[in-house]
Design a protein around this ligand. Structure first.
Ligand code: AMP
Ligand code: GLY
Length: 429
Protein backbone atom coordinates (compact mmCIF):
# COMPACT_ATOMS: atom_id res chain seq x y z
CA UNK A 1 0.00 0.00 0.00
CA UNK A 2 1.47 3.37 -0.93
CA UNK A 3 1.65 6.01 1.79
CA UNK A 4 -1.38 8.15 2.29
CA UNK A 5 -0.92 11.88 2.04
CA UNK A 6 -3.01 14.62 3.62
CA UNK A 7 -3.82 17.35 1.15
CA UNK A 8 -4.77 21.01 1.45
CA UNK A 9 -6.57 22.52 -1.56
CA UNK A 10 -6.49 26.31 -1.85
CA UNK A 11 -9.23 27.97 -3.91
CA UNK A 12 -12.99 27.85 -4.18
CA UNK A 13 -14.22 27.80 -7.78
CA UNK A 14 -15.25 25.29 -10.41
CA UNK A 15 -11.63 24.53 -11.21
CA UNK A 16 -10.96 23.60 -7.61
CA UNK A 17 -14.11 21.45 -7.38
CA UNK A 18 -12.89 19.55 -10.46
CA UNK A 19 -9.41 19.14 -8.93
CA UNK A 20 -10.92 18.02 -5.61
CA UNK A 21 -13.03 15.45 -7.43
CA UNK A 22 -9.94 14.02 -9.13
CA UNK A 23 -8.02 14.06 -5.83
CA UNK A 24 -10.86 12.20 -4.12
CA UNK A 25 -10.43 9.33 -6.57
CA UNK A 26 -6.80 8.83 -5.55
CA UNK A 27 -5.86 5.84 -3.42
CA UNK A 28 -3.06 8.04 -2.03
CA UNK A 29 -5.47 10.48 -0.40
CA UNK A 30 -5.48 10.65 3.39
CA UNK A 31 -7.52 13.66 4.54
CA UNK A 32 -8.54 16.43 2.15
CA UNK A 33 -8.82 19.94 3.58
CA UNK A 34 -10.35 22.82 1.67
CA UNK A 35 -10.04 26.58 2.17
CA UNK A 36 -13.47 27.32 0.66
CA UNK A 37 -16.08 25.06 2.28
CA UNK A 38 -18.80 27.57 1.44
CA UNK A 39 -18.68 25.98 -2.02
CA UNK A 40 -21.05 23.02 -1.46
CA UNK A 41 -19.12 20.93 -3.99
CA UNK A 42 -15.91 21.32 -2.01
CA UNK A 43 -17.73 20.90 1.30
CA UNK A 44 -18.92 17.50 0.10
CA UNK A 45 -15.37 16.31 -0.56
CA UNK A 46 -13.14 17.94 2.02
CA UNK A 47 -12.97 19.23 5.57
CA UNK A 48 -13.04 22.94 6.29
CA UNK A 49 -9.82 24.77 7.14
CA UNK A 50 -10.63 26.65 10.35
CA UNK A 51 -7.90 29.32 10.28
CA UNK A 52 -7.74 32.53 8.19
CA UNK A 53 -6.46 32.01 4.66
CA UNK A 54 -4.47 35.09 3.72
CA UNK A 55 -0.95 36.07 2.71
CA UNK A 56 -0.76 38.50 5.63
CA UNK A 57 -1.44 35.77 8.15
CA UNK A 58 0.17 32.96 6.24
CA UNK A 59 1.77 31.68 9.46
CA UNK A 60 -1.71 30.57 10.54
CA UNK A 61 -1.97 28.34 7.49
CA UNK A 62 1.61 27.13 7.98
CA UNK A 63 0.75 26.10 11.53
CA UNK A 64 -2.43 24.46 10.30
CA UNK A 65 -0.45 22.44 7.74
CA UNK A 66 2.07 21.37 10.37
CA UNK A 67 -0.65 20.39 12.80
CA UNK A 68 -2.66 18.38 10.27
CA UNK A 69 0.47 16.83 8.76
CA UNK A 70 -0.34 18.10 5.29
CA UNK A 71 2.04 16.51 2.78
CA UNK A 72 0.77 18.24 -0.36
CA UNK A 73 -0.72 21.69 -0.89
CA UNK A 74 -2.48 22.32 -4.20
CA UNK A 75 -3.00 25.97 -5.11
CA UNK A 76 -5.71 26.51 -7.74
CA UNK A 77 -5.98 30.27 -8.43
CA UNK A 78 -3.37 32.82 -9.47
CA UNK A 79 -3.75 35.32 -6.60
CA UNK A 80 -2.38 33.10 -3.81
CA UNK A 81 0.42 31.97 -6.13
CA UNK A 82 1.36 35.59 -6.85
CA UNK A 83 1.24 36.24 -3.11
CA UNK A 84 3.80 33.53 -2.45
CA UNK A 85 1.67 30.73 -0.98
CA UNK A 86 3.90 28.18 -2.73
CA UNK A 87 7.06 29.71 -1.25
CA UNK A 88 5.63 29.98 2.23
CA UNK A 89 3.77 26.70 2.58
CA UNK A 90 6.52 24.43 1.24
CA UNK A 91 8.69 22.66 3.81
CA UNK A 92 11.02 19.66 3.83
CA UNK A 93 8.01 17.45 4.50
CA UNK A 94 5.45 19.32 2.43
CA UNK A 95 5.25 19.73 -1.34
CA UNK A 96 3.30 22.50 -3.03
CA UNK A 97 1.78 22.11 -6.49
CA UNK A 98 1.92 25.58 -8.05
CA UNK A 99 4.78 27.94 -8.89
CA UNK A 100 6.63 30.20 -6.45
CA UNK A 101 5.89 33.94 -6.50
CA UNK A 102 8.88 34.79 -8.71
CA UNK A 103 7.58 32.38 -11.35
CA UNK A 104 3.94 33.43 -10.90
CA UNK A 105 4.99 36.89 -12.11
CA UNK A 106 4.58 35.44 -15.60
CA UNK A 107 0.87 36.02 -15.02
CA UNK A 108 0.87 38.62 -12.24
CA UNK A 109 3.18 41.11 -13.95
CA UNK A 110 2.53 41.33 -17.67
CA UNK A 111 5.29 43.92 -18.18
CA UNK A 112 7.87 41.53 -16.73
CA UNK A 113 6.36 38.63 -18.62
CA UNK A 114 6.83 40.50 -21.91
CA UNK A 115 10.43 41.20 -20.93
CA UNK A 116 11.03 37.48 -20.37
CA UNK A 117 9.48 36.70 -23.75
CA UNK A 118 11.58 39.32 -25.49
CA UNK A 119 14.81 38.18 -23.86
CA UNK A 120 14.12 34.57 -24.89
CA UNK A 121 12.91 35.45 -28.40
CA UNK A 122 9.50 33.93 -27.75
CA UNK A 123 7.00 34.95 -30.43
CA UNK A 124 4.57 37.50 -29.02
CA UNK A 125 2.91 40.80 -29.93
CA UNK A 126 5.19 43.87 -29.99
CA UNK A 127 4.61 45.94 -26.90
CA UNK A 128 5.83 48.67 -24.59
CA UNK A 129 5.24 49.13 -20.89
CA UNK A 130 4.43 52.46 -19.26
CA UNK A 131 4.07 53.66 -15.70
CA UNK A 132 3.39 57.26 -16.72
CA UNK A 133 -0.02 58.10 -18.13
CA UNK A 134 1.12 61.02 -20.31
CA UNK A 135 3.87 58.96 -21.89
CA UNK A 136 1.47 56.07 -22.53
CA UNK A 137 -1.08 58.42 -24.06
CA UNK A 138 1.51 60.10 -26.31
CA UNK A 139 2.65 56.67 -27.49
CA UNK A 140 -0.91 55.57 -28.32
CA UNK A 141 -1.50 58.85 -30.19
CA UNK A 142 1.69 58.37 -32.20
CA UNK A 143 0.65 54.93 -33.45
CA UNK A 144 -1.23 54.25 -36.64
CA UNK A 145 -3.49 51.51 -35.30
CA UNK A 146 -5.56 51.19 -32.14
CA UNK A 147 -3.58 48.96 -29.76
CA UNK A 148 -4.51 46.54 -27.00
CA UNK A 149 -4.23 47.99 -23.48
CA UNK A 150 -3.43 45.70 -20.56
CA UNK A 151 -3.19 46.42 -16.86
CA UNK A 152 0.11 44.79 -15.92
CA UNK A 153 -1.12 43.34 -12.63
CA UNK A 154 -3.85 40.85 -11.74
CA UNK A 155 -7.30 42.21 -12.55
CA UNK A 156 -9.47 39.09 -12.33
CA UNK A 157 -9.28 38.62 -16.09
CA UNK A 158 -10.79 42.04 -16.76
CA UNK A 159 -7.66 44.13 -17.27
CA UNK A 160 -7.40 43.76 -21.07
CA UNK A 161 -9.05 46.17 -23.51
CA UNK A 162 -8.90 45.32 -27.19
CA UNK A 163 -9.59 48.86 -28.39
CA UNK A 164 -11.40 49.45 -31.67
CA UNK A 165 -10.15 53.05 -31.93
CA UNK A 166 -7.29 55.11 -30.49
CA UNK A 167 -9.84 57.13 -28.49
CA UNK A 168 -11.08 53.93 -26.87
CA UNK A 169 -7.48 52.97 -26.09
CA UNK A 170 -6.84 56.34 -24.42
CA UNK A 171 -10.03 55.99 -22.42
CA UNK A 172 -8.80 52.59 -21.24
CA UNK A 173 -5.45 54.10 -20.23
CA UNK A 174 -7.26 56.75 -18.23
CA UNK A 175 -9.49 54.24 -16.46
CA UNK A 176 -6.64 51.90 -15.66
CA UNK A 177 -3.82 54.37 -14.86
CA UNK A 178 -5.61 57.48 -13.58
CA UNK A 179 -8.91 56.24 -12.14
CA UNK A 180 -7.22 53.03 -11.06
CA UNK A 181 -10.31 50.90 -11.60
CA UNK A 182 -8.14 47.83 -10.97
CA UNK A 183 -6.19 49.43 -8.11
CA UNK A 184 -2.44 48.86 -8.10
CA UNK A 185 -2.78 46.32 -10.91
CA UNK A 186 -2.99 49.40 -13.15
CA UNK A 187 0.17 51.09 -11.93
CA UNK A 188 1.86 49.87 -15.09
CA UNK A 189 0.20 49.17 -18.42
CA UNK A 190 1.33 47.24 -21.45
CA UNK A 191 0.41 48.79 -24.79
CA UNK A 192 0.44 46.03 -27.33
CA UNK A 193 0.05 45.46 -31.04
CA UNK A 194 -3.32 43.92 -31.93
CA UNK A 195 -3.02 40.41 -33.35
CA UNK A 196 -5.53 38.63 -35.54
CA UNK A 197 -6.34 34.97 -35.80
CA UNK A 198 -7.96 32.07 -33.97
CA UNK A 199 -7.20 31.89 -30.27
CA UNK A 200 -6.03 28.69 -28.62
CA UNK A 201 -4.51 27.66 -25.31
CA UNK A 202 -1.78 25.16 -24.57
CA UNK A 203 -1.49 23.89 -21.03
CA UNK A 204 1.45 21.98 -19.66
CA UNK A 205 2.60 20.62 -16.35
CA UNK A 206 6.19 21.54 -15.59
CA UNK A 207 8.43 20.07 -12.89
CA UNK A 208 11.31 22.49 -13.21
CA UNK A 209 12.87 20.63 -16.13
CA UNK A 210 10.38 18.27 -17.73
CA UNK A 211 7.32 19.46 -19.59
CA UNK A 212 4.17 17.39 -19.92
CA UNK A 213 1.96 19.03 -22.52
CA UNK A 214 -1.70 18.39 -21.68
CA UNK A 215 -4.32 17.43 -24.27
CA UNK A 216 -5.46 20.56 -26.11
CA UNK A 217 -8.56 22.28 -24.73
CA UNK A 218 -10.55 25.16 -26.02
CA UNK A 219 -12.64 27.58 -24.06
CA UNK A 220 -15.30 30.05 -25.18
CA UNK A 221 -14.64 33.46 -23.68
CA UNK A 222 -17.52 35.55 -24.96
CA UNK A 223 -20.82 35.57 -23.11
CA UNK A 224 -23.10 35.01 -26.11
CA UNK A 225 -23.55 32.37 -28.79
CA UNK A 226 -21.34 32.70 -31.88
CA UNK A 227 -18.76 34.63 -29.86
CA UNK A 228 -20.83 37.72 -29.27
CA UNK A 229 -21.15 39.94 -26.20
CA UNK A 230 -18.61 40.79 -23.52
CA UNK A 231 -15.53 38.79 -22.59
CA UNK A 232 -15.94 36.50 -19.59
CA UNK A 233 -13.73 34.14 -17.62
CA UNK A 234 -15.02 31.40 -19.91
CA UNK A 235 -18.52 30.12 -20.71
CA UNK A 236 -17.53 26.55 -21.49
CA UNK A 237 -14.69 24.37 -22.70
CA UNK A 238 -14.04 21.08 -24.38
CA UNK A 239 -11.19 18.63 -24.66
CA UNK A 240 -9.58 17.42 -26.85
CA UNK A 241 -9.69 20.27 -29.33
CA UNK A 242 -8.37 19.75 -32.83
CA UNK A 243 -7.77 23.42 -33.61
CA UNK A 244 -4.07 22.84 -33.01
CA UNK A 245 -2.44 20.07 -35.01
CA UNK A 246 0.03 17.80 -33.22
CA UNK A 247 2.79 19.53 -35.24
CA UNK A 248 1.60 22.93 -34.05
CA UNK A 249 1.57 21.66 -30.44
CA UNK A 250 5.20 20.61 -30.89
CA UNK A 251 6.04 24.03 -32.31
CA UNK A 252 4.46 25.68 -29.27
CA UNK A 253 6.37 23.39 -26.93
CA UNK A 254 9.67 24.09 -28.72
CA UNK A 255 9.25 27.81 -29.37
CA UNK A 256 7.26 28.89 -26.33
CA UNK A 257 7.25 26.50 -23.38
CA UNK A 258 10.85 25.28 -23.43
CA UNK A 259 12.43 28.74 -23.88
CA UNK A 260 10.19 30.16 -21.14
CA UNK A 261 11.25 27.55 -18.61
CA UNK A 262 14.89 27.97 -19.69
CA UNK A 263 14.70 31.75 -19.38
CA UNK A 264 13.40 31.42 -15.83
CA UNK A 265 16.10 28.90 -14.95
CA UNK A 266 18.74 31.36 -16.12
CA UNK A 267 17.33 33.67 -13.45
CA UNK A 268 17.45 30.80 -10.95
CA UNK A 269 13.66 30.42 -10.96
CA UNK A 270 12.36 26.86 -11.02
CA UNK A 271 8.90 26.62 -12.56
CA UNK A 272 6.73 23.93 -10.97
CA UNK A 273 3.05 23.60 -11.66
CA UNK A 274 0.78 24.37 -14.58
CA UNK A 275 1.98 26.70 -17.31
CA UNK A 276 -0.79 27.92 -19.57
CA UNK A 277 0.03 29.76 -22.77
CA UNK A 278 -2.78 31.76 -24.38
CA UNK A 279 -1.92 32.03 -28.07
CA UNK A 280 -3.12 33.65 -31.25
CA UNK A 281 -2.54 31.68 -34.45
CA UNK A 282 -1.35 34.50 -36.70
CA UNK A 283 -0.30 34.15 -40.34
CA UNK A 284 3.29 34.40 -39.02
CA UNK A 285 2.77 31.46 -36.64
CA UNK A 286 1.55 31.14 -33.05
CA UNK A 287 2.22 34.16 -30.82
CA UNK A 288 1.76 34.40 -27.06
CA UNK A 289 -1.04 36.65 -25.77
CA UNK A 290 -0.51 35.82 -22.15
CA UNK A 291 0.77 33.29 -19.69
CA UNK A 292 -1.28 31.91 -16.84
CA UNK A 293 0.36 30.05 -14.00
CA UNK A 294 -2.50 27.69 -13.16
CA UNK A 295 -5.13 25.52 -14.77
CA UNK A 296 -7.63 27.44 -16.86
CA UNK A 297 -11.13 27.68 -15.50
CA UNK A 298 -13.22 26.08 -17.07
CA UNK A 299 -10.55 24.19 -19.09
CA UNK A 300 -9.63 22.28 -15.95
CA UNK A 301 -13.10 20.73 -15.72
CA UNK A 302 -12.96 18.71 -18.99
CA UNK A 303 -9.29 17.93 -18.36
CA UNK A 304 -9.97 16.44 -14.93
CA UNK A 305 -12.98 14.57 -16.30
CA UNK A 306 -10.67 12.84 -18.82
CA UNK A 307 -7.70 12.22 -16.53
CA UNK A 308 -7.44 8.49 -15.86
CA UNK A 309 -4.16 8.55 -13.96
CA UNK A 310 -3.85 9.39 -10.28
CA UNK A 311 -3.72 13.19 -10.03
CA UNK A 312 -2.04 13.01 -6.62
CA UNK A 313 0.83 10.90 -8.02
CA UNK A 314 1.09 13.33 -10.90
CA UNK A 315 1.27 16.36 -8.61
CA UNK A 316 3.75 14.74 -6.22
CA UNK A 317 5.96 13.77 -9.17
CA UNK A 318 5.80 17.35 -10.43
CA UNK A 319 6.86 18.72 -7.08
CA UNK A 320 9.71 16.21 -6.86
CA UNK A 321 11.04 16.93 -10.35
CA UNK A 322 10.33 13.42 -11.61
CA UNK A 323 7.58 14.02 -14.12
CA UNK A 324 9.59 11.95 -16.61
CA UNK A 325 8.90 8.86 -14.49
CA UNK A 326 5.10 8.98 -14.62
CA UNK A 327 2.84 7.70 -17.35
CA UNK A 328 -0.19 9.90 -17.68
CA UNK A 329 -3.30 8.37 -19.20
CA UNK A 330 -6.32 10.16 -20.57
CA UNK A 331 -9.72 8.68 -21.32
CA UNK A 332 -10.41 8.13 -25.01
CA UNK A 333 -13.69 9.95 -24.49
CA UNK A 334 -14.24 13.61 -25.20
CA UNK A 335 -15.35 16.01 -22.48
CA UNK A 336 -17.52 19.09 -22.74
CA UNK A 337 -18.17 21.61 -19.96
CA UNK A 338 -21.07 24.06 -20.21
CA UNK A 339 -20.99 26.95 -17.76
CA UNK A 340 -24.24 28.16 -16.23
CA UNK A 341 -23.87 31.80 -15.23
CA UNK A 342 -25.97 34.07 -13.03
CA UNK A 343 -28.22 36.82 -14.29
CA UNK A 344 -26.13 39.95 -14.82
CA UNK A 345 -22.81 38.14 -15.38
CA UNK A 346 -20.13 39.38 -16.06
CA UNK A 347 -20.88 42.91 -14.82
CA UNK A 348 -23.19 42.48 -11.85
CA UNK A 349 -24.09 38.86 -11.21
CA UNK A 350 -27.17 38.42 -9.05
CA UNK A 351 -26.83 36.23 -5.97
CA UNK A 352 -29.42 34.25 -4.07
CA UNK A 353 -31.38 32.52 -6.84
CA UNK A 354 -32.42 29.03 -5.76
CA UNK A 355 -30.98 26.22 -7.91
CA UNK A 356 -32.96 23.04 -8.59
CA UNK A 357 -32.36 19.89 -10.57
CA UNK A 358 -28.76 19.24 -9.46
CA UNK A 359 -29.46 15.68 -8.33
CA UNK A 360 -31.21 14.71 -11.54
CA UNK A 361 -28.43 16.21 -13.65
CA UNK A 362 -25.72 14.40 -11.72
CA UNK A 363 -27.47 11.06 -12.13
CA UNK A 364 -26.99 11.12 -15.90
CA UNK A 365 -24.20 8.80 -17.00
CA UNK A 366 -20.84 10.48 -17.51
CA UNK A 367 -21.99 13.78 -16.04
CA UNK A 368 -20.27 15.77 -13.29
CA UNK A 369 -21.64 19.06 -12.04
CA UNK A 370 -18.87 21.28 -10.69
CA UNK A 371 -19.83 24.07 -8.32
CA UNK A 372 -18.27 27.47 -8.99
CA UNK A 373 -20.46 30.25 -7.59
CA UNK A 374 -22.96 28.48 -5.34
CA UNK A 375 -23.60 28.29 -1.61
CA UNK A 376 -26.18 27.02 0.84
CA UNK A 377 -28.67 29.56 2.21
CA UNK A 378 -30.19 29.54 5.70
CA UNK A 379 -32.81 27.03 4.59
CA UNK A 380 -30.17 24.63 3.27
CA UNK A 381 -31.07 25.34 -0.35
CA UNK A 382 -28.27 25.71 -2.90
CA UNK A 383 -28.35 29.23 -4.35
CA UNK A 384 -26.28 31.30 -6.78
CA UNK A 385 -23.45 33.27 -5.18
CA UNK A 386 -21.13 34.22 -8.01
CA UNK A 387 -20.91 35.00 -11.71
CA UNK A 388 -20.14 31.57 -13.03
CA UNK A 389 -22.41 29.30 -11.04
CA UNK A 390 -21.89 25.73 -12.26
CA UNK A 391 -19.76 23.87 -14.79
CA UNK A 392 -21.83 21.01 -16.16
CA UNK A 393 -19.34 18.55 -17.58
CA UNK A 394 -19.99 15.37 -19.53
CA UNK A 395 -17.94 12.64 -21.15
CA UNK A 396 -19.02 11.16 -24.47
CA UNK A 397 -17.66 8.96 -27.22
CA UNK A 398 -17.02 12.01 -29.36
CA UNK A 399 -17.50 15.75 -28.98
CA UNK A 400 -21.11 15.84 -30.26
CA UNK A 401 -21.99 13.06 -27.82
CA UNK A 402 -20.26 14.82 -24.90
CA UNK A 403 -21.95 18.07 -25.83
CA UNK A 404 -25.37 16.43 -26.06
CA UNK A 405 -24.98 14.88 -22.62
CA UNK A 406 -23.71 18.12 -21.10
CA UNK A 407 -26.68 20.07 -22.45
CA UNK A 408 -29.13 17.38 -21.39
CA UNK A 409 -27.81 17.77 -17.83
CA UNK A 410 -27.59 21.56 -18.05
CA UNK A 411 -31.23 21.74 -19.12
CA UNK A 412 -32.31 19.83 -16.01
CA UNK A 413 -30.80 22.50 -13.78
CA UNK A 414 -32.83 25.64 -13.28
CA UNK A 415 -32.51 28.95 -11.50
CA UNK A 416 -33.93 32.38 -12.19
CA UNK A 417 -31.89 34.28 -14.73
CA UNK A 418 -29.76 31.28 -15.79
CA UNK A 419 -27.41 32.24 -18.61
CA UNK A 420 -25.69 29.68 -20.81
CA UNK A 421 -24.32 29.43 -24.30
CA UNK A 422 -25.90 26.89 -26.61
CA UNK A 423 -22.88 26.42 -28.85
CA UNK A 424 -20.06 25.13 -26.66
CA UNK A 425 -17.90 22.97 -28.92
CA UNK A 426 -20.10 23.54 -31.96
CA UNK A 427 -18.25 23.80 -35.25
CA UNK A 428 -14.94 23.12 -33.60
CA UNK A 429 -14.74 19.33 -33.50
P1 AMP B 1 -5.51 38.02 -21.92
O1 AMP B 1 -6.06 38.20 -20.53
O2 AMP B 1 -4.15 38.59 -22.13
O3 AMP B 1 -5.71 36.63 -22.47
O4 AMP B 1 -6.47 38.88 -22.83
C1 AMP B 1 -7.85 38.66 -22.86
C2 AMP B 1 -8.29 38.56 -24.28
O5 AMP B 1 -7.93 39.75 -24.99
C3 AMP B 1 -7.59 37.45 -25.04
O6 AMP B 1 -8.23 36.23 -24.82
C4 AMP B 1 -7.70 37.95 -26.47
O7 AMP B 1 -8.99 37.65 -26.98
C5 AMP B 1 -7.57 39.42 -26.31
N1 AMP B 1 -6.18 39.88 -26.57
C6 AMP B 1 -5.16 39.95 -25.68
N2 AMP B 1 -4.05 40.40 -26.28
C7 AMP B 1 -4.36 40.62 -27.57
C8 AMP B 1 -3.63 41.09 -28.72
N3 AMP B 1 -2.35 41.43 -28.63
N4 AMP B 1 -4.29 41.18 -29.88
C9 AMP B 1 -5.60 40.87 -29.98
N5 AMP B 1 -6.34 40.42 -28.95
C10 AMP B 1 -5.73 40.28 -27.76
N1 GLY C 1 -10.49 30.23 -19.14
C1 GLY C 1 -9.42 31.15 -19.18
C2 GLY C 1 -8.65 31.28 -17.95
O1 GLY C 1 -8.77 30.51 -17.02
O2 GLY C 1 -7.85 32.20 -17.87
Amino acid sequence: MPDKVNILLVGGGGREHAIATAISRSPRLGDLWVTHPENPGLAGLGRAVDVPVSAREIYRLQQFCDHKKIGLVVVGPEEPLAEGFADKLASPTRAVFGPVADAARLEADKAWSKQVMRSASIPTADSRAFSDYSAARAYVESREEAPVIKAAGLAKGKGVVVAATKEEAILALERIMVQRVFGDAGRTVVVEEKLEGPEVSVLAIVDGRNILVLPPCQDHKRLGDHDTGPNTGGMGAFCPSHTLSPEMMQTVEREVLVPTIDALRRDSIEYRGVLYAGLMLTPAGPKVLEFNVRFGDPECQPLMARLKSDVVELMLATCAGRLDEVDVEWAEQHACCVVLAAKGYPDKPRAGDVITGLDQAEKLPGVSVFHAGTKRNDKGQIVTSGGRVLGVTALGIDLPDARRRAYEAADLITFDGKVMRRDIGVGSA
